[in-house]
Every structure is written in C-alpha cells, then in structure tokens.
Design a protein around this ligand. Structure first.
Ligand SMILES: *Cc1c(COP(=O)(O)O)cnc(C)c1O
Length: 372
C-alpha cells in the first residue's frame, strides 16, 4: 500500500489549490482541432516583445553554458538609474510572482496572517496558503460603487493586527482592472504598523493612465516596510522569459536575498530586461495600442449589452449576463481563448485581454455570434 503523500505534505500545502493559467494556444489546437487561434487570456502584450529585448536575447545565445550573474549587476544598475533607487533596494525575481512567493516564505508562518482583498490576484492567497499562514480577506467594494469589485482599503486596514506580516495591494488589480486613489493609498501605507510589510503590486503600472497608477516607488524613502513589485511580463512583452523585481528598503531586500535561489533570473531574461528598459518606443506603442483597444472593446461590449468593470490595465472584466463557462467554451470553439474567473468567485464574468485591433474585432464578432 503506497503512502498518501498529500497527507504527508505540510498543512499549508494540503489546503493548496494550484494556480489556473490561461489555456495555451497549442492546447486548444490539440483539444479542439481549431486553428488561427487568438489568445486574450493571460494579459500578454499583443504587440509581442520589445525588439530591443529580442535582439539582446539573440546576442546572449552564446552564453547559455554560463550561470547567470547571481546578483544581476547590469540589470540592477539600469533599474537603479531609471527609477532613482540604489541597487541594494532591488530584488530580481523569476517573474514578479517569484518575488511575491519569496515575501511569503520569508515573513509568513502558521503563527502569522496576510491581508488582501476579495477578487485580488490569485498568487497572494496561494503564497499565503503555501506558507501555512492565515488569509484575511477583506470584502471588495460593492458592484454598484465607483470602483466595482475593487480593493476597500478601509476594510483591509481593519483586518491588520500585530500578527499580520504582509498586506497585498494590487494597483491596478488583476482580475478586476480596478485602481486606487494615489493619496488614499499613501495614507493607507502610512497607517500600517511597521511590523507589517505593505506589498504594492504594480504589474500593470505602465498601462495606468493619468491619475490611475500609484507613485509608490517614491514613498520607499519614507516607509521602511513598503515593497513595490513590478514585472517585464506585461507592457514589456517578456512573459515567456520570467523576469520581475521588487523595490524595498535595503534591509528587506537583504532578507529576500537569503531565501532567493542564487540564479533565479536566467541569462537571457537579464539581457532582455535590461534592453527593454531602454526601448521607450515599444512602451509607447504598447500604451497607445492598449488605449485604443480598450476603447474599441468597451464600446463593442456595450453595443452587445454587456457591462464592464472600469480597468486601468491591459484587460477588462466583463459581466456576461449569464453563467460564463458556456460562453467561454463557445468562444474556444470559435478559436478565441479568454479567461474564466470562477476560481475568483466570479461565475458570470470573463476576463479579456486587450488585443490588437483585428483580434478585438474577431472577439467581438465571436461574442455577437454566441449571443445571437
Ligand atoms: C501578471 C501579474 C503578476 C506577475 O507576473 P510575472 O509574470 O510573474 O511577473 C503580478 N501581479 C499581477 C497582479 C499580475 O497580474
């Protein structure tokens, strides 16, 4: 009789549910036999990658036999000068997901709790659960508020106590797209006890418009318990390479450096990220395309009678007006992959990444067909 290895796992891991990724294009091809697939499921950049980054990767192909620079010196230098922080404030990660998990590994245990919002990014509850810590979930703002399903900072603040080691805030948030007022967010950070780290996840910062994003990196000098996480996966179009980073006080960065795998960011990712930082043209084209695509989708979805949640990201959460899974399946049959959000407790919504103009039009046509 074989052992039950789940029963032998730690209590935290026993209660864990795996992250549900967007369906890969090749998988839909295999399962449904469809072609010309459009994937609007994982908030990837529809323009591809920064060409400067792709060139840098080509230049790095002769270095694959070497371990990467464990300290990521060059990338940290580039980030340091662009962001006006010292290199010892930077922790590089295998995607910002890596950094989020490192934070949980370093500060959470069964004796501690982490606070986050209902409908927040799925990695916060997973990292908390894996560490065996208590998850304190603050109810989101109501559907009829100005920022439907967004973070309620007051509700989050009341859940923080002496045993809270991490509070996760996504600005803008995924899967909702909602954002926080900069002044209110700063006040929130100022009132969190110093024993609790405030993690502000800015994965979509580059997309946020005027008055939508936070200015959290500028607050690092004031708040030694503040951590800001960012990624090259979204606006820089490097999701496949896995590179992101955290900004924090040097003391927090030094703790993260203890739990970090020494070579957590690979040779190609380091080179690509450094080059992408200089590619202002790609970033600008990305933002312009996203703004246009957001308008196109918002008005097209409205014409179909669907309501959407305001979004400052490169995706949009749509109320399908009915159970969403059959709609998701019907879209798969029409070669369009979007993202179900039932795992977030949103059974009637789908999350749709902003695509190119042509992709958005295809999606809208497919939806019109499904709803006809
Ligand atoms: C995509 C995403 C991330 C991280 O992605 P990585 O690819 O691991 O850098 C982090 N936070 C949010 C809210 C995201 O949507």
């Amino acid at each position: 009789m074989a052992c039950d290895y789940l029963q032998l796992a730690t209590a935290g891991v026993q209660g864990l549910h795996p992250y549900l990724p967007g369906k890969p294009i090749a998988e839909l091809e295999r399962e449904y036999g469809v072609s010309n697939i459009i994937k609007l499921a994982s908030n990837e950049n529809p323009l591809g990658s920064s060409p400067a980054a792709v060139n840098a990767v080509r230049g790095g192909l002769d270095e694959l036999w070497l371990y990467p620079d464990a300290n990521g010196f060059e990338l940290k230098q580039a980030l340091s000068s662009q962001l006006d922080v010292t290199p010892d404030c930077i922790t590089l990660g295998n995607g910002s997901n890596d950094v989020l998990v490192l934070l949980a590994e370093a500060w959470l245990s069964p004796a501690h709790n982490a606070v986050f919002s209902q409908y927040c990014f799925a990695v916060y509850p997973i990292a908390t659960q894996a560490a065996g810590a208590e998850a304190r979930i603050a109810p989101a703002l109501p559907a009829d508020s100005d920022m439907p399903l967004g973070h309620d900072l007051q509700a989050m603040a009341t859940r923080i106590d002496a045993d809270t080691r991490l509070v996760f805030v996504a600005n803008p948030n995924n899967p909702t797209g909602t954002w926080l007022d900069n002044t209110e967010l700063r006040d929130f950070v100022a009132n969190v006890p110093e024993t609790c780290l405030v993690v502000i996840d800015e994965a979509y910062l580059e997309y946020a418009g005027e008055g939508q994003g936070s200015d959290a990196a500028a607050w690092l000098v004031e708040f030694p318990n503040l951590v800001v996480t960012r990624t090259f996966s979204k606006a820089y179009g490097l999701a496949g390479l896995r590179v992101g980073y955290a900004l924090s006080s040097p003391q927090i960065a030094a703790v993260l450096n203890r739990v970090r795998q020494p070579f957590n960011v690979n040779v190609l990712a380091l080179l690509a990220a450094e080059a992408a930082l200089t590619d202002h043209d790609f970033l600008q084209r990305t933002k312009t395309a996203n703004d246009q695509g957001m308008q196109q989708l918002q008005s097209g979805l409205k014409d179909l009678g669907m309501s959407t949640i305001p979004s400052a990201g490169n995706f949009i959460l749509v109320d399908m007006g009915r159970e969403a899974m059959p709609v998701y399946d019907a879209l798969l049959q029409r070669s369009v992959i979007v993202r179900p959000v039932g795992n977030y407790g949103l059974d009637r919504h789908l999350r749709i990444t902003i695509g190119t103009q042509a992709q958005n039009a295809t999606l809208l046509n497919a939806l019109a067909d499904v709803y006809s």
